[in-house]
Ligand binder design. Structure first.
Ligand SMILES: [Mg+2]
Length: 237
């Protein structure tokens, strides 16, 4: 079946934080009178993020989703701050961090993104971002100039399921009006993007920007940069 759509992960695939999370957290915390070490915060953030439940709230009514999203992140930041989360200024500090990551200055767009999206568009492929992120991503993609290059943004929080859950991928198919065999997913996580997409019947490719190399299982198709994606799409056309 010819390819009709491409779904793309966001974090690590289209965008990345402009500076290490630990550095941002430490600077903002310091401003609120909470002294913390950037490197220690970075380590603790990664641990907290990896240990967190999927960023999805099945059964939560849409009117309560914004609060659920913010609460999820507050729990992650709280865990990263450890004992310092008991500081009276923690809530104000967290609110500032949450607002920070809603702004385009907090993010960097990989230089291969816009040319690749244009090349895929030129092939009449429908494009959706499929991300385990929250509503801030919609505004971010617009502010970063990427919204005109994308047809849909599918958020795990709105879908009620996060990758690698096949339900997240099926939500994307419903929005794109394509079948799994007509759809290619690309992302930088073997577990969330490649294995999840394959379980849902998608074509899947790993974006390995940092060169994981030998740790990538041999059955996983890999590209080193997004510029390789249009050629891959042509092979599936
Ligand atoms: Mg990613």
């Amino acid at each position: 079946m010819p390819l009709r759509a491409v779904t793309l992960d966001a974090g690590g695939t289209l965008i990345e934080v402009a500076e290490p999370v630990g550095a941002t957290y430490a600077r903002v915390a310091g401003r609120h009178g909470i002294p913390l070490d950037a490197r220690e915060l970075e380590r603790r953030f990664r641990e907290a993020f990896a240990a967190a439940s999927p960023l999805a709230f099945p059964g939560v009514p849409p009117t309560q989703l914004a609060a659920a999203e913010q609460g999820w992140w507050e729990a992650v930041v709280r865990r990263a701050f450890g004992a310092s989360a008991h500081h009276p200024a923690f809530s104000a500090c967290f609110a500032e961090l949450y607002a920070h990551y809603a702004r385009k200055d907090a993010w960097h767009v990989f230089p291969d993104v816009a040319p690749t999206l244009r090349a895929l568009r030129a092939r009449s492929l429908r494009l959706a971002v499929l991300s385990n992120f929250d509503r801030r991503l919609v505004t971010l993609l617009a502010d970063l100039g990427l919204a005109p290059l994308i047809d849909h943004v599918v958020l795990s929080t709105a879908a009620g399921a996060a990758k690698p859950d096949v339900a997240a991928f099926r939500t994307a198919l419903a929005i794109l009006h394509t079948s799994a065999e007509e759809t290619l997913h690309v992302g930088d996580s073997i577990a969330e993007d490649v294995e999840g997409a394959r379980a849902a019947g998608f074509h899947a490719v790993l974006l390995d920007r940092s060169g994981l190399g030998e740790s990538v299982p041999p059955h996983v198709a890999t590209i080193a940069g997004l510029t390789q994606l249009p050629t891959l799409a042509d092979a599936l056309a």
